[in-house]
Design a protein around this ligand. Structure first.
Ligand code: KG4
Ligand code: ZN
Length: 353
């Protein structure tokens, strides 16, 4: 079976083609055309510019993806696209394009929840494990620009929410702090880079909800704390007055605070469920310190860790095609009338009686 996936929920236009065979799933082609340099000029994503650019780039990207994977629409078995969460006008571009090709080729359409795409993406590259069902029961940590979720994954479409961010998502916290420090958008990689040269102990930044029971996160207090720290360092708190070492120390402090909370809550979720498998996804899982700390934690806890390669952690269409493929194999297709939804729920908390 071959599935073509389209991603256009935010600032990446992406198309991928996957092929499923008895030997496992192969990525025939995965193209990502990023709009980041354009949005960087404004310090964040401008929705109107994003959707205009998706519609400008998508046709040629689709053509290129079909050529590179040696396919025509007729020998693709299903067309998948992100239906949400995301920016409505941006989602509409990819969603409508997938519906149109599916209709023209007489093939089924699958609307994919972007977060499900992230959540299942670690299973796309599981060397030597092709005969096991996907997804195996596990704890999923999804940390992206818009969401921070801890989920108990029981099977496809069977997700129980264990914890989530009560305010800013982890990626959002990185981006907002970076903006306060006048670092370019997106802030996560900028902070990560500088944190490597910084002293995480120098500034005592808070770890919100670290010692509270439950698995929820909260990152909005970090911004206030960084503001106060800046104001103490420089009269007026102007980040341009910061010397390079203080900037790196502050970045290291912010990164350590976010990573500590994520690792701690994930460890609690693993212990509570007794599950021995953790899959981590979303743009923040690119973070070098988070990757190291999760590996250490999993080794200590005797837990297997699925951590996708960095190019699969930020937005891409291979993850959308993969979720589409799993849905197609389970017969879960979508009607051509399925609307986009800027804020769909992936999972709810378990109801306790
Ligand atoms: O998953 P993603 O590409 O898009 C969403 O679905 O939101 O995630 C983007 C987020 C941004 O907030 C970006 O700052 C963050 O991922 N990010 C990182 C790193 N690379 C990307 N955060 C921390 N460290 C990184 N190295
Ligand atoms: Zn994403």
């Amino acid at each position: 079976m071959r599935v073509l996936g389209i991603e256009s929920s935010c600032d990446e236009t992406a198309v991928a083609v996957l092929e499923d065979s008895p030997a496992g799933v192969r990525v025939l082609c995965s193209l990502v055309s990023t709009q980041i340099p354009m949005h960087r000029l404004y310090g964040g994503v401008i929705p109107e510019l994003a959707s205009r650019n998706h519609s400008g780039r998508l046709p040629s990207l689709l053509q290129e993806a079909l050529e590179q994977s040696n396919c025509t629409p007729e020998n693709i078995d299903a067309f998948a696209a992100t239906g949400g969460p995301g920016l409505v006008a941006a989602l509409l571009v990819g969603h409508t394009a997938a519906k149109a090709i599916a209709l023209a080729a007489g093939k089924p359409f699958i609307s994919v929840n972007h977060l499900e795409g992230h959540l299942l993406s670690p299973f796309l590259f599981r060397e030597g494990r092709e005969n096991e069902p996907t997804p195996l029961p596990h704890v999923g940590l999804v940390v992206s620009g818009g969401h921070s979720l801890l989920l108990h994954v029981k099977g496809l479409d069977d997700y129980e929410l264990m914890g989530r961010s009560r305010d800013d998502a982890a990626g959002e916290a990185f981006d907002k702090v970076a903006r306060m420090l006048d670092l370019p958008y997106p802030g996560g990689p900028e902070i990560d880079k500088r944190a490597e040269r910084g002293d995480a102990q120098r500034f005592n930044l808070p770890r919100p909800m670290l010692h509270e029971s439950g698995y929820d996160f909260s990152f909005s207090g970090l911004k206030t704390s960084v503001l106060h720290t800046l104001a103490k360092l420089i009269p007026g708190g102007d980040p341009h007055g910061l010397d390079e070492q203080s900037l790196c120390d502050l970045c290291a402090g912010v990164r350590a605070a976010i990573v500590d909370v994520l690792v701690h809550k994930t460890r609690l979720a693993l212990r509570h469920t007794g599950l021995r498998l953790l899959a981590v996804s979303g743009g923040v899982s690119c973070n070098s310190s988070l990757r190291v700390r999760l590996r250490e934690m999993c080794e200590r806890e005797g837990v297997e860790l699925l951590l996708p390669p960095p190019e699969l952690t930020t937005d891409n269409a291979a993850m959308i095609a993969f979720a589409g493929l799993l849905r197609a194999k389970a017969g879960k297709f979508s009607s051509l009338e399925t609307p986009v939804d800027p804020n769909p729920q992936l999972a709810g908390f378990a109801t306790r009686s």
